[in-house]
Design a protein around this ligand. Sequence first.
Ligand code: ADP
Length: 337
Amino acid sequence: MSRIFSGIQPSGELHIGNYLGAVRNWVRLQHEFEAIFCIVDYHAITVAYDPEQLRLRRRAMAVSLLAAGIDPNAATLFVQSQVPEHTELTWFLNTITPLGELERQTQFKEKAQRQESIAAGLLNYPVLQAADILLYRADSVPVGEDQVQHLELSRVVARRWNSQFGRPTGSTNEDGTEEREQFFPEPKALLTPTRRIMGLDGQAKMSKSMGNTIGLLESPESIWAKLRPAVTDPKRIRKTDPGTPEVCNIYHLHKAFSPPDTVEHVAVQCRTAGWGCIDCKKVLAESMERELVPIRRRAAELADSPRTVDDVLAAGATHCRALARETMDAVRDRMGF
Ligand code: ADP
């Protein structure tokens, strides 16, 4: 069975961008693949953070993921820092990754702009990500669009490592060079139709670090307080102005949360100015409620049962540590250690 791996930072609450871009897909894919999902806490410390908050958020993220439908009987869920091999493989991969490739990463450039002092860890973030994936020799990685460039780097790193350190197979390539074992598969991205969810200001992608999120576990009142003033079609100033659904963030959220006939109805009402934006947002809030109510209920149950969550994470770490050790034995051997 082919293996998938994906991670999420415990740097804040699980939000609907994460859910629609990645986690909802994980829930589906866990039954089709051997699935490993990771709470990537080493990634969460590449920008300023509060250690106490990190401790709380690690468990809170596990609660949210389990409530969203990650099933410990179908998939493995664990915390990155409980498998120290992630950092060891990162070091090995750092030594074969050119600086220029890291400096070109869009996410580094964007995040670096927002920092006064840039930690080397922020630059090396995609190498840690490559190590996360390669440690489990995963074939595919279900992520949102923002991660596609990082994943391309993981593919390049895998290719480079294989060609430098893979054992010769004894055959030759078409170009006459020595063929080497493909120890690390080149991981492929698995994208969803909702691969990029914008923040409610319509300015940037929804992200924990931007403070423009709707949390998966937020109360209906709090969600409505954010939806009500959210940016829609900028050309629709009066209620009587016909709108263009395709340019409206709220319409895209309808496509993610509402049934197809509602989505069609919303588009017609928008184009003909039958509904105002508030009417449209009310229907969206109802659709979101339908999906989020059971998630909130499961999260409340899990929050009352910390032992259950800790047991899931401990079992996940034990399983992943065994896989990681196997990979690292081979990596150390091929690299002369
Ligand atoms: P964040 O940017 O909120 O910190 P992470 O870096 O932890 O999110 O990403 C977790 C997963 O969620 C990744 O697969 C990422 O591609 C996906 N993701 C994050 N933000 C969005 C978004 N706005 N739209 C779609 N997918 C997203």
